[in-house]
Design a protein around this ligand. Structure first.
Ligand SMILES: Cc1cc2nc3c(=O)[nH]c(=O)nc-3n(C[C@H](O)[C@H](O)[C@H](O)COP(=O)(O)OP(=O)(O)OC[C@H]3O[C@@H](n4cnc5c(N)ncnc54)[C@H](O)[C@@H]3O)c2cc1C
Ligand code: FES
Length: 328
């Protein structure tokens, strides 16, 4: 089977062949490029193909025709057909963070609403499960595998997940109708590259629904960090359809966070913002283009926010996202 050289103009160089994606080959060779869904839907692994040719292993759904014409590719979907030169950064902050498959038992299940639960998982004492706040893991139950962001911090003993019910969802059926304390599951993780990169700018977080989970984790670890000196504003816009879905109230010891709740289907008692997070953030947030943006939750919100922010001259490199697209 032919092996080709994949080289990035940002340093990494490795071999890749057969039906292995550029993204997977990078990981095999000790490099970590940006990624989230690994299924071609979110666009996080997008990069420029500067030289050479690739073949599509799976459809590059997140790319528009004009992006394809301008030689952009998704590294999770493509394998090299010749030697290639790409433009992808190796995220050294994730070096040493190893993806593992581990047994996990359900410790607690807390029902926040009929459609939102908080699950804590306990891992074997020897697991040594390390992750960066913001990353996700896969839960495997009876051969069904779904991704969930970690809402807890690495300083906590248990892993916390915030899970929303999907109508007729296979894993939702397990979580909401069958799961009980002490059930044995498997997890695979940590995964993804959604973590805090740049705290030298004002931080703007956008979340919908359970997309608040990795943001809880990122903010809580910042709050716990005695070396972190907050220099800039931190603002969170969290959107939900109904008022009862705001199941987390932040309590920080040290951080000063402007926390704005946005409801799209409020009742008469609602006193917060009404509408969609991306629209409210554009109206209320001064100088969005100077912020580092972290968006998580529905792909529709993320794509709309990205479009609006690009129109406001936000450099694409200041926008980080984790789209809760269908896992598999
Ligand atoms: C990186 C990542 C992180 C995630 N983190 C979380 C998290 O922290 N909390 C959480 O609640 N969910 C999260 N998700 C979504 C989760 O992995 C599942 O996709 C979701 O829970 C539905 O699984 P299910 O088996 O219940 O539904 P399925 O059986 O997969 O699907 C049931 C129906 O719902 C539709 N559907 C499924 N998933 C989605 C989706 N995401 N968007 C729109 N339609 C969908 C399907 O098309 C189908 O019609 C994450 C997804 C990704 C990719
Ligand atoms: S499109 Fe490649 S990681 Fe999501």
């Amino acid at each position: 089977m032919s092996e080709f050289v994949v080289k990035s103009n940002q340093g990494p160089e490795f071999e890749c062949g057969g039906d292995v994606s550029i993204l997977d080959a990078a990981v095999k060779n000790g490099y970590i490029f940006e990624y989230s869904c690994k299924t071609g839907q979110c666009g996080v692994c997008k990069t420029f193909l500067l030289e050479g040719e690739v073949i599509e292993l799976q459809a590059q759904v997140a790319l528009t025709d004009s992006q394809k014409e301008s030689n952009q590719i998704l590294t999770c979907c493509c394998a090299p057909k010749t030697n290639v030169l790409i433009n992808a950064e190796d995220l050294s902050a994730l070096h040493g963070i190893e993806t593992k498959t581990l047994p996990a038992r359900i410790n607690t299940i807390k029902k926040h609403t009929a459609d939102i639960i908080e699950v804590t998982l306990r891992l074997p004492p020897t697991a040594n499960f390390k992750f960066l706040e913001g990353q996700y893991l896969d839960v495997i139950q009876n051969s069904i595998r779904r991704s969930y962001s970690i809402a807890s911090t690495s300083s906590q003993k248990e892993i916390t997940l915030l899970i929303k019910r999907f109508e007729n969802g296979k894993m939702s059926d397990y979580w909401f109708n069958h799961a009980k304390e002490n059930d044995l599951l498997r997890i695979e993780g940590p995964k993804g590259t959604f973590f805090l990169r740049d705290d030298l700018k004002p931080l703007l977080f956008l979340a919908t629904g359970t997309g608040i989970a990795p943001i809880m984790s990122i903010l809580n670890i910042l709050d716990e960090n005695p070396d972190y000196q907050q220099q800039h504003s931190i603002t969170v816009y969290w959107g939900n359809r109904y008022p009862e879905e705001f199941v987390w109230q932040p309590k920080f010891e040290n951080l000063n966070v402007d926390f704005i709740q946005v409801c799209s289907k409020p009742d008469q008692s609602w006193t917060g913002e009404v509408g969609y997070v991306q629209d409210i953030a554009m109206q209320k947030q001064p100088d969005v283009e100077k912020c580092a943006i972290y968006a998580c939750g529905s792909n529709a919100m993320i794509q709309a926010a990205k479009q609006l922010l690009t129109e406001r001259s936000l450099p694409e490199k200041q926008f980080y996202s984790d789209a809760f697209v269908q896992s598999y």
